[in-house]
Design a protein around this ligand. Structure first.
Ligand SMILES: Nc1ncnc2c1ncn2[C@@H]1O[C@H](COP(=O)(O)OP(=O)(O)OP(=O)(O)O)[C@@H](O)[C@H]1O
Length: 303
């Protein structure tokens, strides 16, 4: 599959502090990739390097298969970045911002823009400085989606959006990716992107501690639930891959590495009357993988 965004061992220092430390990632075409991490993990810094607003001290960024250089204007025209805190054209009315954007972007899709203005109920005659935080973000998203970029890079795009608009926005992102665009979303709100991302990278203090396509990552750890009338086998805590066990009466929940099939089989042989293997939630998945890698659980809290 064609890679749209690749980084190889990207490192960035501010003074003598290493803020991004040897980060490599790979986002295939049409994927929605969530870049997640706690406040200060380095998401914005990494995003800015992905689009050539900042340059790595070491390592390489490739977009659309080509190395991103300072004179890569053509590559950058295919990318649209929505910064977390961008304030723009404060004096202009919304309709004038849209007119200006129409002129600015070669691939501007006016039909789409009008659809978005209607769907998001953007007040065309209001000045940007009088929009709420959420409305400003909606305007910026409407522009981003109307610009029809091949790569859309969004920094904390759900900030300030109410739940209904957030859902609407996430649907739009899914549609965008279905049409072949690639989307990178940075957020510390895992729950906001959990349902839509295909791939995810977890940044922790500038290091990419977990990265991959979601299906692969979800295959790494499972919940196995079982009813064990005779209790669990005495040596169960020494069975390979069992990370955790909790129980309420005869109902046991195990967290296990891998597919969970082996554990399920052994529990069945040990008299389980009910068995179910389930995916773990996104945040839980992160916590267990991180714990396995030797990081403290508290250190990776995202929100
Ligand atoms: N220009 C700069 N000069 C010095 N330090 C910086 C600069 N920009 C960012 N930093 C530091 O780099 C670290 C990573 O910041 P960054 O904004 O990339 O994190 P983030 O994951 O986007 O955080 P948040 O979720 O809070 O937006 C922080 O410690 C921040 O203070």
């Amino acid at each position: 599959m064609t890679s749209i965004v690749e980084t190889h061992d990207v490192t960035k220092q501010f003074g003598d502090v290493t803020v991004i430390d040897g980060v490599s990632l790979n986002v295939p075409q049409g994927a929605i990739y969530g870049l997640v991490g706690a406040n200060g993990a380095g998401k914005t810094t990494l995003m800015r390097m992905l689009i050539g607003l900042m340059w790595p001290d070491a390592g390489e960024v490739r977009l659309f298969g080509q190395v991103l250089e300072r004179d890569s204007a053509q590559i950058r025209q295919r990318v649209h970045y929505v910064a977390a805190d961008g304030s723009f054209f404060k004096q202009l009315q919304v309709k004038d911002v849209l007119t200006y954007s129409r002129l600015l972007y070669e691939r501007w899709d006016d039909t789409r823009c009008q659809m978005l203005v209607r769907a998001l109920e953007l007040p065309l005659n209001r000045r940007v400085r009088n929009l709420s935080l959420g409305m400003t973000m909606q305007l910026r998203l409407a522009i981003a989606l109307s610009a029809r970029p091949d790569l859309l890079v969004l920094d904390e795009p759900t900030n300030g959006l109410d739940p209904i608009v957030k859902r609407q926005f996430l649907q739009l992102i899914v549609q965008e990716a279905a049409q072949g665009s690639t989307v990178v979303i940075a957020t510390h709100q895992l729950a906001d992107v959990e349902r839509i991302v295909d791939g995810v990278g977890l940044l922790y203090r500038g290091r990419m501690v977990m990265d991959g396509m979601l299906d692969d990552l979800k295959g790494a750890i499972k919940h196995v639930q079982a009813v064990l009338p005779g209790g669990p086998p005495a040596d169960i805590d020494h069975w390979p891959g069992v990370l955790e066990r909790t129980s309420r009466g005869q109902f046991y929940t195990f967290v296990v590495e891998g597919t969970g099939d082996d554990l399920a089989k052994r529990l069945r042989e040990s008299g389980a009357t009910y068995l179910e293997v389930m995916d773990v939630g996104f945040e839980e998945l992160f916590r267990y993988v991180m714990q396995k890698e030797g990081y403290s659980r508290d250190g990776i809290l995202l929100s």
